[in-house]
Ligand binder design. Structure first.
Ligand SMILES: [Zn+2]
Length: 102
């Protein structure tokens, strides 16, 4: 895990290459190297995650669901980053047409 925000973002993007719910590729990653809790936001579907980072990502918790309540069963659950990485790939493999908010 790096020290600069860019290095942290690069680490995060390995697990969140795109949104696990809507496949949107331009996620907002709000990180500060010295901060323990950091955030990922999908501006397409509105989903938001809270990451617990200590040296590396310890856990990732969904704190807001996106449109259509996708992922509501995962709200407030601490998951391993790998879980979301797998879900992101599943999104790409199973998508039909990209969903757009609004
Ligand atoms: Zn999304």
């Amino acid at each position: 895990m790096g020290k600069t925000p860019q290095e942290v973002k690069s680490h995060v993007s390995k697990y969140f290459p795109w949104c696990p719910f809507c496949c949107f590729e331009d996620l907002e990653v709000d990180v500060e190297p010295e901060r323990r809790l950091n955030y990922i936001l999908c501006s397409n579907c509105g989903a938001k995650w809270e990451m617990n980072i200590q040296e590396k990502i310890k856990s990732v918790k969904l704190v807001s669901t996106g449109i259509l309540w996708k992922g509501r069963e995962l709200l407030e659950k601490e998951m391993e980053p790998k879980f979301w990485q797998n879900k992101a790939w599943l999104c790409i493999l199973t998508r039909k047409t990209p969903e757009k908010a609004g």
